[in-house]
Design a protein around this ligand. Structure first.
Ligand code: FUB
Length: 324
């Protein structure tokens, strides 16, 4: 379905939105793309971002999008190497927690936390990354019962293929096409929101045949960009299929899954990556995402977009045309 789309920050390059409603306002936490001159490669070195801005609005399709400025920068993070990729923010007991992936000084992605007493920062980083964290794209679910879960992971430049059972392999390993796909991970956060409360667990996505999606089903299987939202009591896990450029979703009955594959949310956009957030505001649902139309297809210079998202009467998401 074609949708009325809005570019949210037309004067800068922003990508990978995470979106939440805090204090009755919509807050958008994107990656901040920039031209660093680094050549494009499969490792994602050209995504060389070094700070975050926060944006807010009270009218998603037509209102002012307020820029709260730089809220966290690589230069302020004690353990930093390079590349601030997709972040997310959660609220608990009067504090806001920003979770961000960043390569450490040995070029390994870890996930860090920074805190603020305002949803619009600035955020103050902890001195070390989360113990036992790895890979990229943290997304947080506040389950409404006092429990918070982080979904994370990403293939290729996101380094997820270097891990099995939460341990680093001697060298990266992809799965054969007929084997279960490398999964995203889910982990409950500690009460103080600063560590994992348990070992991360794999997210199993079942196909129509009731079997886990395989690595060869690359138009459907997980690659990166986890997001979790709830609709009518069900858990909707959504993600990017990476090299096949779909945004897909799968539905389950609890935060850990298993989840059953349901379909495509957004067909491929202009640009290599596709990444999103889904949020409800004032009774309507929205898909926040990005594309590379304004930069004439430069994959590392992405622009934030939004459109409405609709469900059918059975709770299926109606597919949106990425080029629409
Ligand atoms: O922005 C860098 C990476 O590109 C993100 O972490 C991925 O999800 C992809 O959008």
């Amino acid at each position: 379905m074609k949708k009325n789309m809005r570019y949210l920050v037309p004067n800068d390059y922003m990508a990978d939105p995470a979106v939440h409603v805090f204090d009755g306002k919509v807050y958008i936490y994107p990656s901040h793309d920039r031209e660093s001159g680094i050549e494009e490669n499969d490792n994602g070195d050209h995504f060389d971002m070094n700070d975050y801005h926060v944006f807010s609005t009270d009218d998603i399709m037509n209102g002012e999008i307020k820029d709260h400025g730089v809220v966290l920068a690589v230069k302020d993070i004690p353990w930093a190497g390079r590349q601030l990729w997709d972040c997310d923010v959660a609220y608990k007991n009067g504090k806001y927690y920003m979770y961000f992936p960043l390569k450490d000084q040995t070029d390994i992605f870890r996930i860090g936390v920074a805190t603020s007493d305002k949803p619009y920062g600035p955020f103050v980083p902890e001195k070390d990354p989360i113990r036992g964290s790895y890979s990229i794209d943290p997304a947080i679910l506040d389950d409404g019962d006092g429990n918070y879960y982080m979904y994370f992971g990403g293939l290729w430049g996101g380094q997820l293929q270097r891990y099995r059972d939460n341990k680093a392999l001697e060298s990266a390993k992809f799965e054969d096409d007929d084997k279960a796909a490398i999964p995203s991970r889910v982990v409950k956060l500690s009460d103080d929101m600063l560590q994992f409360a348990e070992e991360p667990k794999p997210i199993v996505i079942l196909g129509e045949d009731g079997k886990p999606l395989t690595a060869g089903q690359n138009e459907k299987r997980f690659f990166e960009a986890s997001w979790m939202h709830k609709y009518n009591g069900k858990y909707y896990f959504s993600y990017s299929t990476g090299d096949t450029h779909n945004l897909c979703y799968a539905v389950g009955d609890n935060p850990y899954g298993p989840f059953t594959y349901k379909g495509v949310i957004l067909t491929p956009v202009v640009g290599w990556t596709t990444h999103h957030a889904i949020a409800e505001f004032k009774g309507k649902w929205y898909l926040f995402h990005h594309d590379c139309v304004p930069s004439n297809g430069k994959t590392w210079l992405r622009s934030l977009k939004v459109c409405e998202l609709e469900y059918d009467k059975d709770g299926n998401i109606i597919t949106i045309d990425g080029e629409g």
